[in-house]
Design a protein around this ligand. Sequence first.
Ligand code: FES
Ligand SMILES: [Fe+2]
Length: 417
Amino acid sequence: MTPSARDLGHLIEADRVHGSLYSDTAIFEQELRKIWYRTWVYVGHESEIPNTGDFVMKSIGPQPIIMTRSSAGAVTLLLNRCPHRGNQVCTVPKGNARTFSCPYHNWTFANDGHLTAFAFPAGYSGQDMSKLGLGRVPRVASHRGFVFGSFAADGPSLAEHLGGAAETIDRLCDASPEGEIEITAGFLQHRVRANWKFVIENETDGYHPAFVHSSIFSVADSGIGSLYGQKSTALTRDYGNGHTEVDLRPEFRRLGRPLAWFGTTPERMAGYVARMNAARGEKKATEIMIDGAPHVMIFPNLFIAEIQIFVIQARAVDDTVQHVTALQLKGAADINRRLRQQTMGSVGPAGLLLADDSEMYERTQRGVQMRDPEWLFIGRGRHRERLDEHGYQVAHATDELPQRGIWRHYRALMEAA
Ligand code: FES
Ligand SMILES: [Fe+2]
């Protein structure tokens, strides 16, 4: 069943979605046009390219993107395709270069994409070569160092797109004594044979941890399990525009212990605590250290998971890569070491957390190929949705408010002209 481009009402209802949304290649093609190549997509972080000439390979959906710090200092997003005969210009994952030379016929491009030289130039005598540069993502914007790109030349600004969810990025950055996070720990890539929407829906699904992650909770003795229990005071929140959160702060405030969110104590992180107190004052620093870092899914592809980020790349209808790295808080060496270790333990190659989820994604992808029942039910907690003090919808930690919010925004994007 392929929907008409303008009406997904027969596939998306208030409390259920049709299984074909996860497996129909025609729908995936539409998603590329209407979501991945239109809305703001997270690409990378400014700290990955601190110096002029730095570059790193990134992506927007299946499209490889070269994120560069051009000679003028601006962050530029280039498409990795030679305007001569289409060869891939950049063949290494990262580096520093003033120019890129195409391996095929040696055309050379500045790190802002302009063509600067071409081999054996007499052959182009009298022809205007000035417009033959690398393709560029037309809109680039950043928030607190997080760089987003949009293939749409016009549309909502990044600030409009992020809306209230920008505050979650601020909350993360404020956990650093210097107010900045750095992406310097290197990336792991986890590939799953599943649709990208199963992944993003799961990131703020507080219903599954008690079951899917029961093994890690039982060995790690971390206290995380109770955050997602029936008695939890944590909330799910829908910021609109597809951005969703599991707000664990009510539970951490109930405990009232700084760094409990991170499974440690101020005594063990004395250097970090001292720098936070010096930077923010003891009262504010203590509040930040009690609240912890956010657990938020920025639509469509940036999951901030307290101590790490996942950049979700949709490659095909049933092929998704999660690019994962430990967050590093600027000016906090002691906590950064632990952030890396915990990331390896939870989502590293032998990590105990992400493997659980990946197995669920792939089993679900296989499940929705079955003929019957055709629909997935996402009605949990509809009766207990309410507005918080900022006017955002919230519900219990285990409710499917985030999934309903994601689908509402998805439908709006897919039905737009
Ligand atoms: S394809 Fe790049 S120079 Fe020919
Ligand atoms: Fe999970």
